[in-house]
Design a protein around this ligand. Structure first.
Ligand code: URA
Length: 437
């Protein structure tokens, strides 16, 4: 294989054979293909796209560049969820134990937050003692016994993606549907779950701002998963306002516990129930969406999901008492209330600004090597469509000190728009794609 011939083929819009793509990816991982050739290839893909066959072969090669987990022998059916990420998206935390409580195994390998979007791992690490770095045997034991385990990504999972993603980040080639789809799916397929539900976010707080792009991305990922023998479905969901009423690690854990205890905000609860119902169908535990929803609601009502969450925390070395008594988690030392300057109806809560405020308070990373403060963030956030009077609380800022809280006050005020009239309703659920195959 001559690397420049592959680049030229893509540049001219011709199809690349599976074998050539595999050799190209392998060469990149073992450094026989330099970054400049991979960067040129990524740019050619950016402009010319990829056929489904090509994107599947690329995903397969990236997946096989590292460990591929194998859950055969596990007594429970495996199923997972992936979200393209958004502000206040803590869904994985209540979702995994609720689905596990119905008999599935949910092997979740999650990432840390970067930029304005939070990461599930950072949130879990706000629970005293929770260890996100389990070895493969321990991971399997927790899955078999409890049904869910959420751990951090190892460097052995899809290393080709890690290297390519870093290169795309600095060569203007992130926003390419085949490259995003193969990047996400190589990691998810390496996790080995038989079923996968995608939550593809769409809106100002999401990677995909437009519905048409979110749909195309979801369809591409569904197709890749199916070509590789997995059961796939996807929900397109709104990410114009944050999910729930909290943003920030500790505060989002508290809200997740509220969801498990049946006291969570409606949007987080509805999305958890809907994604869980899809997962239970893919795992062959429920026959249809109504049965799936019913199982999820019942696991909330009986406390089975909350109990499973406590067991998962304990299996990871954390303090399970957190589900009963949240005062064991250290709060931020300084809170200030942000209030409305007028009477009216909330017409916008800007997800991007809310993410930025949390980052500025110390809850996010500018560089992947940065550490985060788990305690800071926002709670009691209003939702679009709610009525407020002048002086009513629109959010509470949790900060490390008074100066840091005051430094984001104006940004916080500007993030919430109050109008005279109710805004046009933006549904949380935009579309459902795929399904049991
Ligand atoms: N998330 C990923 O894992 N990869 C991308 O390319 C984009 C988002």
């Amino acid at each position: 294989m001559v690397p420049q011939w592959i680049i030229e083929k893509k540049r001219d819009g011709r199809e690349i054979a599976d074998k050539e793509l595999k050799e190209f990816i392998d060469g990149f991982v073992n450094n026989s293909i330099p970054d400049y050739q991979m960067a040129a290839f990524a740019m050619a893909v950016f402009f010319k796209g990829m056929s489904f066959d090509e994107v599947t072969a690329m995903t397969d090669a990236m997946m096989r560049s590292g460990d591929v987990l194998d859950w055969s022998g596990l007594s429970r059916p495996t199923v997972d969820k992936h979200s393209t990420g958004g502000i206040g998206d803590k869904i994985s935390i209540p979702l995994a134990p609720l689905v596990a409580a119905s008999g599935a195994a949910v092997p979740m390998i999650s990432g840390r937050g970067l930029g304005i979007t939070g990461g599930t791992l950072d949130k879990l690490e706000s629970i005293p003692g929770y260890n996100t770095q389990l070895g493969t045997d321990e991971f399997r034991n927790v899955l078999e016994k409890i049904g869910c385990s959420i751990i951090g990504q190892t460097s052995r999972l899809a290393p080709a993606d890690k290297k390519l993603y870093a290169l795309r980040d600095v060569t203007g080639t992130v926003q390419s549907i085949p490259l995003i789809a193969s990047s996400i799916m190589s990691k998810k397929l390496a996790e080995g779950a038989k079923g996968l539900v995608l939550d593809v976010k769409c809106g100002v707080g999401a990677f995909m701002k437009e519905e048409v792009d979110a749909k195309k991305l979801a369809e591409t990922m569904i197709q890749i998963g199916r070509n590789m023998g997995r059961s796939m479905s996807a929900l397109l969901t709104d990410m114009n306002q944050p999910l729930g009423r909290t943003v920030g690690h500790t505060l989002e854990i508290k809200e997740s516990i509220d969801v498990l205890a049946g006291k969570g905000p409606k949007d987080v609860t509805d999305l958890t129930v809907e994604l869980g119902a899809e997962m239970l169908i893919l795992a062959d535990i429920c026959k249809n969406i109504e049965e799936g929803r019913e199982a999820m609601r019942s696991n909330i009502a009986t406390g089975a999901g909350l109990e499973t969450f406590a067991k998962m925390i304990e299996a990871h070395g954390g303090n399970p008492g957190v589900v009963e008594d949240f005062s064991i988690v250290t709060p931020a030392p300084h809170c200030i209330d942000v209030t409305s300057d007028e009477n009216g109806i909330i017409s916008n809560v800007d997800a991007e600004s809310i993410g930025r405020i949390t980052l500025l308070l110390g809850g996010g990373r500018k560089l992947s090597s940065d550490s985060v403060d788990h305690s800071v963030g926002i709670d009691r956030l209003v939702k679009v469509g709610e009525k407020v009077d002048k002086g009513d609380l629109v959010m509470r800022l949790h900060a490390r000190n008074k100066a840091e809280a005051e430094s984001v006050l104006q940004l916080a005020k500007n993030a919430v728009v109050v109008s005279d009239n109710a805004p046009a309703e933006k549904p949380l659920f935009i579309a459902r794609l795929g399904g049991k195959n």
